[in-house]
Design a protein around this ligand. Structure first.
Ligand code: FE
Length: 255
């Protein structure tokens, strides 16, 4: 299986800090059946800047180390880009890494509290340049939780969305877990990824999550998410079912 969102690159963000920690993460991933990890360090999130060239160099370093350690996991370049006004300009300048390095898919992160006003336009403009924006962990965004139609519109207009494994298994609380399930039901989730940062507090949890996914939604969903990760990394079109609007519960009984 391929994990498309992971902070495995050492010393570049709040993920792995050393090569040893990166190797420990890869080992954990290997145990869960992950053979390929897309390294997606934070970029432009006000704390970390990781341009494509630096990511590509680090990825090579990690792969050499993993091979030396006998860990059968391949790391590919990616990036988790905080949405910002000059994103497309910087893409033209070669600073933005897509998933795997040359697919059209870019992980785009919104601030956790809201969706910037210009997001819709930027995600559209990205597609005009041949890119496919993948909104990461929408289930953890306050504004999208309150107004899921905002995500529905983005997906209807061509964006994809990636939910975090640990959200479905409940590690971010019941509310986020419930919303994650609603996103899956409404065809508003196209990828499940670990967003792993380390081996203890933010581990992979992919096996546990896929197990839960199978029990709750059926094996077809497991295949669907795994296949989409493969399609994206190889630069092909992912499978998308028509998105639906999440119906808000009306608390009529209270009045
Ligand atoms: Fe992340």
């Amino acid at each position: 299986m391929i994990d498309i969102h992971c902070h495995i690159l050492p010393g570049v963000d709040d993920g792995a800090q050393t090569l040893t920690e990166a190797a420990a993460m890869a080992k954990q991933a290997e145990k869960e059946g992950i053979h390929t990890i897309i390294a997606t360090p934070h970029h432009m999130n006000r704390k970390y800047i990781n341009r494509k060239s630096e990511i590509v160099a680090k990825v090579m370093e990690v792969n050499v180390h993993l091979e030396r350690e006998g860990i059968n996991v391949t790391v590919l370049p990616g990036q988790e880009v905080r949405i910002y006004g000059e994103l497309l300009q910087d893409y033209e300048n070669g600073e933005i890494s897509t998933l795997g390095g040359d697919s059209p898919y870019v992980l785009v992160e919104f601030p956790s509290g809201y969706v910037p006003k210009y997001a819709e336009q930027l995600l559209f403009d990205m597609q005009m340049k041949g890119l496919v924006p993948v909104v990461v962990h929408p289930e953890r965004n306050q504004e999208l939780i309150q107004d899921p139609d905002k995500l529905y519109n983005l997906v209807k207009n061509g964006a994809a969305a990636q939910i975090t494994a640990a959200s479905l298994t409940g590690y971010f609380g019941k509310k986020i877990q419930k919303f994650t399930e609603q996103l899956i039901e409404a065809n508003l989730a196209h990828f499940i990824a670990s967003d792993a940062h380390n081996t203890n507090k933010r581990p992979f949890k992919m096996l546990e999550t896929l197990d839960r996914l199978e029990k709750e939604f059926g094996i077809d969903y497991v295949y669907y998410f795994q296949e989409n990760a493969e399609l994206a990394v190889s630069g092909q079109n992912i499978m998308k079912e028509p998105p639906q609007q999440i119906k808000k519960k009306k608390f009529l009984g209270l009045f």
